[in-house]
Ligand binder design. Structure first.
Ligand SMILES: *Cc1c(COP(=O)(O)O)cnc(C)c1O
Length: 493
């Protein structure tokens, strides 16, 4: 298994080296040179296996790591999850299944990948002969940052720097990040929104001068954002696992299609599902759900990606994104893996804020993808309806997915079961969830969590209560042009 860059298919690298590197020198993203094949026998053979075991099977198709070692890595990675099944699946009815990806240390789905990535990174460092340690640079819309900090804290030979938009994350998300422990962690707010933070980090990451300087301090840059192939691979696992569980309970038989619905921001999570399909998993439709920042809905409807639009802050902040970096990987596939055309479109995006797919390409995508979006009112309304009907509590992001799923069901007679990716614990966004289900307005996140526990009968996750007494360690606020200074200062500590 080798990886190639979306912007130059002659740019080839082995997967562990790509984990270290993050992004290709040509600015492209690493993708498999061809997809490993998941056969019927393999999928049938996964019945009865644990999540950890299935994860080792799937990762072994991408990474050259001994099976024993991989099995240990996946055991360790998921030992901190509070659910025994790692990603429990709840049946709402015989068409709608919710896969809860949020039982990890930071209560968001990103833990599934970010508990594993540092282990892959350590493996990559020891497999390489590189003398420098790794400096992880991360821009976050809220959840990545904390999940990356938890994954990398105290991991030898790494340091991690996280930048979050000053006004783009929830109180709970901010508190989670600024109270992070660990001897190799740094967190700062950045003036601007998520796209500003991501652009600023990407700039430092790719700048030759910055790279030279960080090398002199004894580091190389790498990334924990979902552009890193090491983030993507662990996310493929749960779609395969979900299919296997539906097989086990007899809801489907091998070959029957399952649809997936994913609340989407940077297009990483849903892309992992698409990769599972390319490996051979029988997936029908991908339902791509967006909030009011509906750049992806428009893209799938019109073939035009238009990022120069009004930016909305919503109650699903982890999806407040106008430049979905991982879409580049899908565009590469849609263009029949033509890296020259992909590079040209991405250049156009950078220069003009937009690009346009030819009709045939767009129509090809629409066979696989259905896209829809909803605003905050519809999100709250969905949380309330689902709670009243099923006594089931969804967070604001998952509810955006549910709203798109319902629109899809209303306009087709597609009988396939739909697996909805539930991406965050409702307690992470307690004020809004509480408002939706009981009508109460409680601003304070902790009070809201307590009320939510009372109203729903769920218990407050330990990760929330402990924020009450944890010390705030990080208070810096940077201009976007100054993050390089902050990084170099931290490197010297
Ligand atoms: C990151 C995140 C998303 C979006 O995932 P992408 O992989 O960026 O599409 C959705 N929901 C939550 C809660 C998240 O943290």
């Amino acid at each position: 298994m080798l990886l190639i860059s979306t912007r130059n298919s002659a740019n080839i690298l082995d997967p562990l080296s790509a984990v270290l590197k993050g992004i290709a020198d040509d600015g492209g993203l690493y993708v498999p040179s061809s997809f490993p094949v998941l056969s019927e026998d393999m999928i049938e053979g996964m019945k009865g296996k644990s999540y950890q075991r299935i994860a080792a099977d799937v990762l072994g198709m991408y990474f050259e790591i001994d099976d024993d070692k991989l099995a240990r890595m996946t055991e360790d990675a998921y030992s901190g999850f509070s659910a025994k099944e790692v990603v429990p699946i709840t049946e709402l009815n015989d068409r709608e299944y919710v896969m809860e990806l949020y039982h990890g240390p930071t209560l968001a789905f990103k833990d599934v990948a970010l508990q594993l990535l540092p282990r892959l990174m350590s493996e990559a460092i020891s497999a390489s002969d590189q003398a420098e340690d790794v400096m992880i640079l991360t821009a976050t819309s809220g959840d990545t940052g904390k999940a990356a900090l938890e994954g990398f804290k105290n991991v030898p030979r790494t340091k991690i720097c996280v930048f979050y938009p000053e006004e783009g994350v929830s109180d709970m998300q901010r508190l989670q990040m600024v109270t992070t422990e660990g001897n190799n962690t740094y967190v700062a707010a950045i003036k601007g929104n998520f796209d500003d933070a991501q652009t600023a980090v990407k700039q430092v990451f790719t700048d030759a001068e910055c790279n030279k300087k960080i090398n002199e301090s004894g580091y190389v840059f790498s990334s924990a954002n979902s552009i890193n192939f090491g983030r993507l691979a662990p996310q493929i696992v749960y779609y395969i696992y979900g299919y296997v569980r539906l097989l086990e309970v007899g809801r489907i038989k091998y070959g029957d299609k399952m649809n997936v619905c994913v609340p989407t921001g940077n297009f990483g999570n849903i892309l992992a599902a698409y990769y599972a399909k390319r490996m051979g998993l029988p997936i029908g439709k991908f339902i791509c759900a967006s909030n009011q920042n509906n750049v992806l809905t428009d893209f799938f409807d019109s073939g035009t990606y238009y990022s120069k639009r009004q930016f909305f802050r919503t109650i699903s902040p982890s999806m407040d994104i106008l430049i979905s970096s991982n879409l580049e990987r899908l565009v590469f596939e849609a263009l029949s893996r033509d890296s020259v055309s992909t590079a040209a479109l991405m250049k156009e995006l950078k220069q003009t804020g937009a690009y346009n797919l030819k009709d045939a390409t767009r129509v090809g995508l629409n066979g696989d993808f259905y896209a829809d979006f909803c605003d905050d009112n519809a999100t709250l309304d969905t949380i309330r309806r689902v709670f009243n009907k099923y006594n089931y509590v969804m967070d604001t992001h998952t509810a955006v997915g549910q709203a798109a799923l319902e629109k899809y069901l209303a306009h087709t007679d597609d009988p396939n079961p739909i697996l909805l990716a539930s991406t965050a614990s409702p307690f992470k966004f307690a004020s809004d969830v509480l408002k939706a289900i009981s009508g109460e307005t409680v601003e304070d996140a902790f009070e809201a969590s307590e009320r939510l526990a009372n109203v729903s009968g769920l218990s407050i996750p330990r990760q929330i209560t402990e924020l009450n007494w944890k010390q705030v360690r990080f208070k810096d606020v940077c201009e976007r042009t100054e993050i390089d200074k902050a990084v170099f200062k931290f490197a010297e500590q």
